[in-house]
Design a protein around this ligand. Structure first.
Ligand code: B12
Length: 188
């Protein structure tokens, strides 16, 4: 169980059930209480560090426990860190256009390592002017939980992934709670 699921399973219910449009500021109390661990970094041959540093600052400020692997990070390093941290999510910034080469295999690598950890990806994800739907479809097919177009900034991206993480943590916590009740009722 990840730290986020654990918090939802054993802690109080969320102060506010997140919905699609919930603002990041409204999510902050629950994020701070659960303190989910996230692994972030810039994969492969990419040296663009600015968005990565901003992401660390923002995620830490709203309450995440952040492991920042920096730039030029190989896929295996993300897998190792996600396992070591029992991470709730991996968040990638890919800016030089080589995302497919640099991290396209990461969701699969995590899965092969037995880790069910969502991977979120933003930045400039391709070169040339491919329609966004084509780029998005490519990464969705590779198992990314969500890819953000270059027009989506970090605040919006962190807001969206926070809504998803809090909602799934609560759903799993509630499900585990009802399964436990059923087991108790059945006397096992
Ligand atoms: C600074 C810079 C460099 C510096 C990087 C220094 C460093 N260590 O960071 C240097 C000179 C080294 C460099 C090199 C290259 N660069 Co450069 N670089 C830039 C530049 C001018 C600024 C990037 C930046 O820091 N922006 C500030 C940050 C805050 O913005 P951002 O990175 O765009 O991130 C925002 C969003 O993308 C988004 N975002 C980013 N990550 C994530 C993650 C998530 C989860 C979410 C939700 C959102 C998100 O939110 C951020 C804030 O709004 C841009 C052009 C530009 N004006 O944007 C080109 C640019 C990124 N570079 C580019 C290229 C092509 C290169 C090179 C390949 C050039 C070359 N031929 O050598 C090399 C690649 C080197 C490598 N191995 O990676 C292209 C990328 C093209 C593409 N993919 O569409 C750009 C866009 C320039 C261009 N117009 O062609 N670059």
């Amino acid at each position: 169980m990840s730290a986020l699921e654990n918090a939802a399973a054993v802690g109080a219910p969320l102060r506010r059930r997140p919905s699609k449009g919930t603002a990041l500021a409204e999510l902050v109390p629950d994020i701070r209480r659960m303190r989910p661990r996230v692994v972030i970094g810039v994969p492969g041959d990419d040296v663009h560090v600015v968005a990565n540093q901003l992401a660390e600052t923002l995620l830490s400020a709203v309450g995440y426990d952040v492991t920042n692997l920096g730039v030029l990070v190989p896929c295996e390093t993300f897998v190792d860190a996600a396992r070591a941290d029992d991470a709730a999510a991996v968040l990638l910034s890919s800016v030089n256009g080589h995302a497919l080469l640099n991290c396209g295999q990461l969701p699969r690598a995590l899965q092969d390592a037995g880790l069910r950890i969502p991977v979120y990806l933003g930045g400039n994800l391709s070169v040339g002017d491919e329609p966004w739907e084509v780029v998005e479809g490519r990464f969705a097919a590779l198992g990314f939980a969500r890819v953000f177009s270059p027009t989506v900034d970090l605040v919006e991206g962190v807001r969206e992934l926070s809504v998803a993480l809090l909602a799934s943590a609560e759903a799993r916590g509630l499900r585990r709670g009802s399964e436990r009740k059923e087991r108790l009722a059945a006397g096992s």
